[in-house]
Design a protein around this ligand. Structure first.
Ligand code: ADP
Ligand code: MG
Length: 727
């Protein structure tokens, strides 16, 4: 009896089971069988080397071109250098030490083999240091493992290669008893032409042709799509079933007064979304709305109008920002926008005025105490802070609305933490993001939110032009860039220089640059704010007023620097991605992003939105040492060529998926869907959404659908749950 739940150790023995568990986190038969091949190689069809991504663990089928022993210059000992090829591009291998004689005998020129390791760069060439390999032809005894036409290539890891996984799967399939009850109801399978789960799992690991693979994948995608959509449908159902503090609009109070003095006319989008939100806030059940709008599209006004409606209803609104810098800035700009309408209790405060209170973790004790008092007494109509505001269980008098600016780091978990905060009811939530979200992502990751968008920018925006500065091929361009900065500053403008790292000697905070790649070999560490600022001050930007900003500075310092920058006392701000979101200094016209290749597409787009916010046009320079022709460079070229955030978001998705198909990102530890592609499976996702909604409406607890309930449970306690939690 070998079932899904059986521990691998009883089937495979301790050694293999331990390796699977340690390397890939697979402990049961079910987990191994759900560990699908990343791709299939046909024997003799070589992997495209040019498309390999730096820093990724890859499995490559290639032909040996040369293998040569040599003595190391600096160290004593032996070194074997080999070159493998796909017929077009080469990849360099290097092996150190004793085994290299044997390796030289095995890696004969002309032989084909699978190689696995982490892609690095050495002397400007792609390299695998110490790869594992398995020869596919010749007399190698293991060659028999690859006798079939298809070689499944599995997500692998250090110490457990694709071919090891394949062997384990083989052994498990031989004794597996199969699936007793298919999780997808027969009616659903029949209507969509989906094959039974057992057949799908056997075929996915041991296909007899491409057709079998496609059919198996389709079935397995449905499992995943249904699990996600059922979970979301249940979540939507329970979220909207909860009571919320109703805040119907009231006339003649702060919101009306504020609107009467708005210095501009709302865009059509702002009014439309505003009306929708006003209606949501009036309701007895919590609003859960996501507002997407490009950088500069004017989301803050939309949020403020919503918050004022809540204040007029006698309740409080909280605005959460991802960093303290942003929180402080929001508090400042909300106070400015409100003027005397935000000065309740102060001299000169308007009639009905409210108060904006800032609360951050690093405030001094007396200030913090005062803020907490204002919040619990209800004096503070609008409370601005970081996400800690929610997690720290700060006590509100009557919290009606939570606005979350820049959603990246705010997930379902935090939203869940809100329930019960408003005296037994759940506050309304408005999440705002400047990162455009492709439809499939909206239907999955944000599938429990209503989505609205601001698609137009207010009048009077200046265009941003973007250029890649390829230091490798055009070394002179960087000097030109610094001259350009002098010119801008002479015109009275200001400049951001963004670096991926802080560099103050302490261990770096994660999340400063994305994607976080650990590159092997000789790739130097990312440029650091502190070093770059020093070098610029002594070199190309001598004479300019330069300062730095990063997440680990004390809050007061950060605040002081932001003020100084806003007042043009600082001309060049060298910073980490703390400037990524929401920072608004319209006089800044140039952004130079150092080591731009270390950032993701959407992140670069986000960053450059910091310039061109005033009447002068903005310029964004993407500085990189990456050579042309790499996929990293392609990514930068894409950012250079379009300002359409939706297009870039789609591209981000595509590039990540491409990485998967190529066997890059083969760690298998990534959370996320295994089979379902947010890029290609829009139809499955959309259909599953409809089916799931129907099922949950008729049977909210899935009592009559044990198979489906099992899928959802599997999703929720699986690491894949992370996929939903993390937004
Ligand atoms: P974001 O969507 O990036 O948060 P903001 O809310 O910070 O954008 O708005 C950017 C700038 O545009 C602000 O200075 C804001 O006052 C201004 N703004 C917002 N709405 C309008 C409008 N309808 N017309 C003109 N300017 C506007
Ligand atoms: Mg904003």
């Amino acid at each position: 009896m070998t079932t899904f739940d059986e521990k691998l150790v009883s089937v495979l023995g301790k050694k293999s089971a331990d390796a699977l568990e340690a390397g890939l986190g697979l402990a049961t038969v079910g987990e191994l069988l759900r560990h699908y091949p990343r791709r299939y190689d046909e024997r003799g069809k070589l992997t495209e080397i040019a498309k390999l991504e730096m820093g990724e663990h890859v499995t490559v089928q290639a032909r040996v071109k040369s293998a040569r022993q040599r003595r190391m210059k600096s160290r004593s000992g032996e070194l074997l250098e080999a070159v493998i090829t796909d017929g077009t591009s080469d990849l360099h291998l290097v092996f150190f030490g004793r085994g290299s004689r044997k390796i030289e005998r095995e890696l004969l020129p002309g032989r084909e083999a699978m190689f696995a390791g982490k892609v690095g760069m050495f002397n400007g060439k792609l390299q695998l240091a110490h790869p594992d390999y398995q020869v596919l032809d010749g007399e190698d005894e293991n060659a028999a493992d690859f006798a079939g036409a298809f070689i499944p290539v599995y997500p692998a890891a250090q110490g457990i290669q694709s071919w090891n996984v394949s062997n384990c799967v083989e052994q498990v399939l031989a004794v597996w008893d199969g699936v007793t009850e298919d999780p997808l109801p027969e009616s659903l399978r029949a209507a969509r032409g989906l094959i039974p789960l057992e057949k799908a799992l056997r075929d996915i690991h041991r296909p007899d042709g491409w057709a079998a693979i496609t059919v198996a994948q389709q079935r397995l995608k449905w499992d995943e799509a249904m699990a996600v959509q059922l979970a979301l449908a249940q979540r939507r159902r329970s979220a909207t079933a909860r009571p919320a503090p109703a805040c119907p609009p009231r006339s003649g109070l702060v919101r009306d007064a504020f609107e009467a003095r708005l210095p501009f006319k709302l865009t059509a989008g702002q009014s439309e979304v505003g009306e929708q939100i006003a209606q949501d806030l009036s309701g007895e059940h919590p609003m859960n709305r996501l507002l997407q709008g490009e950088v500069g599209s004017g989301k803050t006004i939309v949020a403020l109008r919503a918050m004022l409606q809540v204040v007029d209803a006698g309740r409080q609104a909280a605005m959460l920002a991802p960093t303290e810098v942003l929180a402080a800035q929001h508090a400042r700009s909300l106070r400015e926008l409100l003027g005397d309408l935000g000065q309740a209790g102060e001299l000169g405060g308007a009639e009905h005025a409210t108060r904006v209170t800032l609360l951050t973790g690093s405030m001094g004790a007396p200030a913090r105490k005062r803020a907490l008092l204002e919040i619990v007494s209800g004096e503070a109509g609008i409370v601005v802070g970081t996400h800690a505001l929610i997690q720290d269980k700060v006590e509100f008098a009557d919290l009606g609305l939570v606005v979350v600016d820049e959603q990246h780091r705010f997930g379902v978990e935090q939203r869940a933490a809100l329930s019960g905060r408003a005296g037994g009811s759940t506050p309304h939530v408005l999440v705002m993001t400047a990162t455009p979200i492709p439809r499939t992502v909206a239907m999955t990751v944000y599938g429990d939110l209503e989505v609205s968008a601001l698609r137009e920018l207010p009048q009077g925006r200046s265009p941003i032009s973007t250029s890649v500065v390829p230091v490798a091929s055009k070394p002179g361009w960087l000097d030109r860039a610094w001259q350009r900065i002098h010119e801008e500053v002479r015109k009275g403008h200001q400049v951001y220089v963004v670096c991926p790292r802080i560099g103050d000697g302490e261990s770096e905070d994660s999340g400063s640059a994305e994607p976080p790649k650990e590159d092997g070999s000789d790739r130097r560490p990312p440029l650091a704010v502190v070093d770059v600022a020093n070098r610029l001050a002594e070199g190309p930007l001598r004479g300019l007023r330069i300062d730095i900003l990063h997440g680990r500075m004390p809050a007061d310092d950060k605040d002081a620097v932001m003020r100084a920058f806003a007042a043009n006392e600082v001309q060049v701000l060298v910073a980490t991605t703390v400037v990524e979101v929401g920072v608004n200094v319209p006089n800044a016209t140039v952004m130079v992003i150092m080591d731009a290749d270390r950032f993701g597409v959407s992140q670069l787009h986000q960053l450059r939105g910091r310039v061109g916010r005033g009447s002068a046009p903005g310029l964004c320079l993407l500085v990189t040492e990456m050579p042309d022709g790499t996929s990293t460079m392609e990514r930068l070229r894409a950012v250079e060529s379009t300002l359409d955030g939706f297009e870039l978001a789609q591209l981000d998705l595509e590039l990540r998926r491409e990485g998967d198909i190529l066997g890059a990102a083969q760690s298998g530890r990534r959370s996320g869907l295994k089979m379902l592609s947010l890029l290609r499976d829009e139809d499955v996702i959309a259909e599953a959404r409809v089916v799931a909604q129907e099922v949950v409406e008729a049977d909210p607890e899935l009592a009559a659908h044990p198979g489906l309930a099992g899928l959802v449970a599997g999703l929720l306690d699986d690491e894949r749950a992370e996929y939903l939690e993390k937004a």
